[in-house]
Design a protein around this ligand. Structure first.
Ligand code: PLP
Length: 431
């Protein structure tokens, strides 16, 4: 049996998998079984900050493996204390406590638990098209209906008390408004939702600062400042899920720093460890963290795994030393310009949006009533042509979004190569 046959036969295929088996990675590139080279513009969903096969990271992990690996979250280690200190140093002012997790989902779960405990219960408000993970609370907060499988029985596992508000999605405004004259209708709708759901009894509003998996939705200027004010007005906590946008992906260490809006709780994952070891972190205001310390009610066996902490420390050290956050901003701007130029050439590219090295192009793709013919074909053609991206598509929506969040080490030459493949692939698909 081939690797792919074995995989299909024995593995529960939770994700739609492409028929590619990767065997090696080096910098911005990955290689399949046949030795074919691919430019990785998915950054493995933004986890792979340093690219593949970073020697310095591998050495650090080897050292850690020899020193100490298996310690449960019950004990302090030098690695976790140092990472805690570092996380507070790089995070927005006002976030003074941190806890670590294994995945973005469990970190969001903890954030929701903290909000509920600190506020003594109350509803959680999130946004349609937001994505927060696969565990119960995180899935309930997720505003992508197909993830919840409404009629499958799975929805019975989801906790109640989650409400979804209208997303700040200017290209497909729920209110049919134009950005310049909308008066931030989505913000007004959020306030109505908060009032309707209990006013000062809301536990938290949770969102990604830029909705990544929902199609790189960049909220309009003033939206987050307005949300912060609403949360303060009604006493709700603001949780930013920076699992994708954090650790430099959008050109600042955290996306909320660009906005100048500090949440009460900030969650990060994926890129925290450079993708070399699973890991996530939850930062919060001191009072919230202290309240959670008192009840001693959360943790996983590997919450503060020394290997996770060591890889995050090394990752952050390299990111700072090599100015990779600045690189993300500069190369991201270059990528954005190049994609805008491509939009001039192709009518089917309806929108180009993003910040730093998180960029998306919205493609008019619903050529056939319920199948994304163009979007799917375009994505697969790019893959065949050696470019890895992420396809965001939804049965009941007419457009698809090609999402790109390459490693922070990406160069302008990498962008040129990627854009050439995008251009060539789209040209082939439209013929
Ligand atoms: N939050 C966001 C914004 C995500 O995009 C994801 C995963 O894609 C998660 C949370 C869940 O992270 P994980 O897959 O590590 O559980």
């Amino acid at each position: 049996m081939t690797t792919l046959e074995k995989d299909k036969k024995y593995l529960i295929q939770c994700y739609t998998t492409d028929d590619v088996v990767f065997t090696e990675g080096n910098g911005m590139y990955m290689y399949d079984e046949a030795g074919k080279k691919y430019l990785d513009f998915s950054g493995q969903f933004s986890a792979c900050t340093l690219g593949h096969g970073n020697e310095e990271m591998i050495e650090a992990l080897k050292e850690q493996l020899e020193k100490l690996v298996s310690v449960t979250s019950c004990f302090a280690t030098e690695e976790r204390a140092s990472l805690a200190e570092k996380m507070i140093e790089i995070s927005p002012e006002g976030l003074d406590k941190v806890m670590f997790g294994c995945t973005g989902s469990d970190a969001n779960e903890f954030a929701l638990k903290m909000a509920k405990y600190y506020r003594g219960g109350g509803r959680i408000i999130s946004f349609r098209r937001g994505f927060h993970g696969s565990t119960a609370g995180a899935a309930a907060a997720t505003g992508k209906s197909e993830m919840i499988q409404e009629n499958s029985g799975i929805s019975e596992l989801l906790p109640r008390g989650f409400v979804h508000s209208a997303p700040p999605y200017c290209y497909h405004c729920d209110f049919g408004k134009e950005p310049k004259t909308c008066g931030l209708q989505c913000l007004k709708y959020l306030e109505q939702t908060m009032l309707h759901e209990g006013g000062d009894r809301i536990a938290a509003v949770i969102s990604e600062p830029i909705f990544a998996a929902g199609g790189v939705i960049v909220p309009p200027e003033g939206f987050w400042k307005g949300v912060r004010e609403l949360c303060d007005k009604y006493g709700a906590l603001l949780i930013f899920d920076e699992v994708v946008t954090g650790i430099g992906q959008t050109g600042t260490m955290f996306a909320c720093q660009y906005e100048g809006v500090t949440p009460d709780i900030l969650v990060t994952g994926k890129g925290l460890t450079g993708g070399y070891v699973p890991g996530s972190a939850i930062l919060c205001r001191k009072e919230i963290g202290d309240a959670m310390s008192e009840i001693n009610l959360h943790g996983h066996t590997h919450s503060c795994y020394p290997l996770t902490c060591r890889s995050a420390l090394k990752n952050l050290e390299i990111i700072e030393r090599e100015n990779l956050v600045e690189n993300s901003r500069e190369v991201g701007e270059y990528l954005h310009e190049k994609l805008l130029a491509l939009q001039e050439k192709y009518d089917v590219i309806k929108d180009v949006r993003g910040r730093g090295l998180l960029q998306g192009i919205e493609i008019e793709g619903n050529l056939n009533a319920d199948k994304y013919v163009l979007g799917q074909e375009f994505y697969e053609t790019m893959l065949r042509n050696g470019l890895i991206t992420e396809l965001e598509s939804r049965k009941n929506l007419e457009n698809v979004v090609i999402v790109m969040h390459p490693a922070l080490i990406a160069s302008c030459e990498n962008v040129d190569e990627a854009v050439e493949i995008i251009d060539k692939s789209l040209h082939t698909c439209l013929k």
